[in-house]
Design a protein around this ligand. Structure first.
Ligand code: 5RP
Length: 218
């Protein structure tokens, strides 16, 4: 199977976790696009979705799935999203698509986070994938210097502006032994909006697609 076929298999397995007559939290990325397409076939069973990006909102709307403003909603039973890396404790690096801030917000409001991945995303230690950090534009140089002091090599993502009008710094060369501490440490840098470590609120369920099928890990 190709990597995209594996992503689709993981995404379709997440449809089993849908709670009827509720609003579904929807992440961003190529794996989630398969989830949205699968969700379209069962759209009459749900009230609609809360989305983590303009791209996902547009795809949901194209399928006729109502997209709700998060501010009107107290709790979402299920959030489905991909990851760039996930470890054995279900801590993740996210934000390869630049949607990390809205993803973290929707995940924070969700009771259950189901992560959908092809098997290449599972790692022993996070950090081979560059860690995305969303920054307020005027703070970009300051934040980059601070990230370098933490031992990484920061690079501003070229020709990219987030849905929130900010920039992304991708931090290369990190070996993240303690994602909980690093997540909190980076958030303390003035000018950082969010970093792509999802440790404090990691995934609850991992649907990992490999050549043998989709493994469900709790
Ligand atoms: C977007 C994300 C995505 O979940 C992550 O980049 C994985 O993407 P894909 O499913 O395309 O491999 O965090 O901000």
């Amino acid at each position: 199977m190709t990597q995209d076929e594996l992503k689709k298999a993981a995404a379709l397995a997440a449809l089993d976790y849908i709670v009827d007559d509720t609003i579904v939290g929807v992440g961003t990325g190529s794996t989630v696009n398969h989830f949205i397409d699968g969700l379209a076939a069962m759209r009459t069973r749900i009230r609609g979705a809360v989305s983590s990006s303009e791209a996902s909102s547009a795809r949901l709307a194209a399928h006729g799935i109502p997209v709700f403003d998060l501010n009107g909603i107290e709790e979402i039973p299920l959030y489905v999203d991909g990851a760039d890396e996930i470890d054995g404790r279900f801590c993740m690096i996210k934000g390869g698509g630049g949607a990390l801030t809205r993803e973290k917000i929707v995940a924070a409001v969700s009771a259950r986070f189901v992560c959908i991945c092809d098997a290449s995303k599972l790692v022993g230690t996070l950090g081979r994938f560059p860690l995305p950090v969303e920054v307020i534009p005027m703070a970009c140089s300051h934040v980059a210097r601070e990230l370098a002091r933490l031992g990484g090599q920061p690079r501003v993502r070229e020709n990219f502006v987030t849905d929130n009008g900010n920039l992304i710094i991708d931090v290369h060369g990190l070996t993240i032994a303690d994602p909980f501490t690093l997540e909190a440490r980076i958030d303390q840098i003035v000018g950082v909006v969010t970093n792509g470590l999802f440790a404090a609120r990691g995934a609850d369920v991992l649907l990992l697609a490999g050549s043998e099928g989709v493994e469900r890990r709790l």
